[in-house]
Design a protein around this ligand. Structure first.
Ligand code: SF4
Length: 459
């Protein structure tokens, strides 16, 4: 999604060159085919031809997902820009500035972690989701759109058979698995349905269909897998689903702000682990959990995802990604139920687990962090675009935007109801610039081919 958007922005700026060249660095090169990046770039830059160069073996300092776009006429490069795909559809420039966020929603919340949210909830007697409602204009209208896209992705996925694109020739499983799950009773049937729904969305992603990044494309099946089941079979009201989405978004935003949701940076624990935490929080919300129980569900989901590596077979976002979404969805569902058994008190907080996840990701060898290749260190290769600016500076010893201005005004001039609470600091394990401290809170629809209409309701 982010490379397509980068190409669209670049095309608007580039005029009418004879051709384009797109160079994929690091993880973007390693998984470019799996994410259909080359196809997305060609479509966005058409009819002007685009040569795609894969430099997966070079990982840029700024971020593992680098994309250099060049406009060329004759032998002359008339314009070049360096972009980074930083997860969840967000796009950054070479200086770490956010160039584009999903659906333009680069919201900043006035809190620094889930712990602070919980304090606010306790002090104000408010549910978690009210923090999102406070910060976002037209939150419920936006979530209606998000939920509609999720439902349609599930329904397309369970109605489609055949092999997925790519060299693995992997057969879709959602449709036959759902048929079998419907024949099972009790817990097995329920977990079977959740698995099938999660498979459906993940298979749609692998086929280039329209999905919601929740928080990323690779982990897009987990949250809708759980929520679709709660909506269709457990008959949760739509309002409860929307509140669950709002709560899930808060947890995802905290991971994005304080660690990373990029598999290329911290391994799959940052993608599937975050998706599992979001889905567990959402399910606990639907089950009527207290803020502490919701936080406990999310904490367990993330804690038991620690150490998950990113090493997709043939660079395709299929194995282990698709099944991993199904596994995470069932884990999220059961963790939500488990959290409701207690009063929500537990030893390790969600914020601490997020910090641990980030540090674990830093300690992973590059081969399983999602890039699988050499990571540029000090003095190693650094690519800069036409502006000639140096890359993102190390944040070690520097204040992040969040730390300097921890009470930003939210969009539209409204302020968070957490405004008077004291700041906390993020983990700061590896050098991160201001970019890596920006919350990018909401999952967003992306892609093409949202062709099936209606929320017809598979049973
Ligand atoms: S293994 Fe996980 S992080 Fe890596 S591409 Fe698959 S879903 Fe994304």
């Amino acid at each position: 999604m982010a490379p397509r958007r980068a190409a669209e922005l670049f095309r608007a700026e580039a005029g009418s060159p004879e051709r384009f060249r797109a160079t994929l660095y690091g993880a973007l090169g390693a998984t470019g085919a799996g994410h259909l990046t080359d196809r997305a770039l060609a479509e966005a830059l058409a009819p002007t031809p685009c040569e795609v160069v894969n430099k997966a073996e070079i990982v840029l300092k700024q971020h593992p997902n680098g994309l250099l776009l060049e406009a060329i006429s004759g032998e002359k490069v008339t314009l070049s820009r360096l972009f980074f795909s930083t997860g969840g559809g967000e796009l950054a420039d070479e200086n770490g500035g956010v160039v584009d966020a999903p659906a333009g929603r680069a919201i900043e919340y006035g809190f620094t972690g889930v712990g602070e949210l919980l304090e606010g909830c306790a002090a104000e007697g408010r549910p978690l989701w009210s923090a999102a409602e406070e910060a976002e204009e037209d939150l419920w209208g936006f979530l209606e759109e998000i939920w509609s896209a999720m439902e349609r992705a599930v329904e397309r996925g369970i109605a489609t058979g055949g092999a997925l694109p790519g060299g693995l020739k992997l057969e879709r499983k959602a449709m036959p698995y759902l048929a079998r799950a419907k024949k099972l009773r009790g817990t097995l049937g329920e977990l079977g349905r959740i698995s099938a729904y999660a498979l459906a969305v993940s298979e749609e992603n692998a086929a280039g269909g329209r999905i919601v990044t929740a928080p990323t494309c690779g982990s897009c099946g987990t949250l809708p897998g759980v929520l679709y089941h709660l909506f269709r079979k457990r008959e949760a009201p739509k309002r409860a689903i929307f509140e669950a989405l709002a709560t899930a978004g808060l947890f995802g935003a905290c991971v994005k702000a304080n660690a990373s949701i990029s598999g290329a940076q911290v391994g799959c624990q940052g993608e599937i682990g975050t998706a599992c935490a979001m889905a567990a929080a959402a399910a606990a919300q639907v089950f009527g959990g207290s803020p502490r129980q919701i936080e406990y569900a999310a904490e367990m989901a993330m804690e038991h995802s620690l150490g998950l590596t990113c090493d997709p077979v043939m660079g395709l976002v299929q194995i282990p990604c698709i099944e991993r979404n199904a596994a995470a969805a069932t884990v999220a569902f059961t963790r939500a139920g488990y959290a409701l058994l207690g009063d929500g008190h537990h030893r390790v907080s969600f914020d601490e687990v997020v910090e641990t996840m980030y540090r674990t990701g830093c300690d992973m060898s590059p081969g399983v962090q999602g890039d699988g290749h050499r990571r540029a260190g000090d003095g190693e290769e650094e690519v800069v675009g036409a502006a000639g600016a140096a890359g993102v500076k190390s944040a070690k010893g520097e204040k992040s935007v969040k730390e300097e201005d921890h009470r930003p005004e939210v969009r539209g001039g409204r302020k968070s109801f957490w405004q008077k609470r004291s700041p906390a600091t993020g983990p700061g394990c590896r050098g991160r610039g201001a970019l890596w401290s920006d919350p990018s809170p909401w999952p967003s629809p992306r892609g093409r081919g949202d062709t099936l209409g209606g929320n017809g309701g598979e049973g």
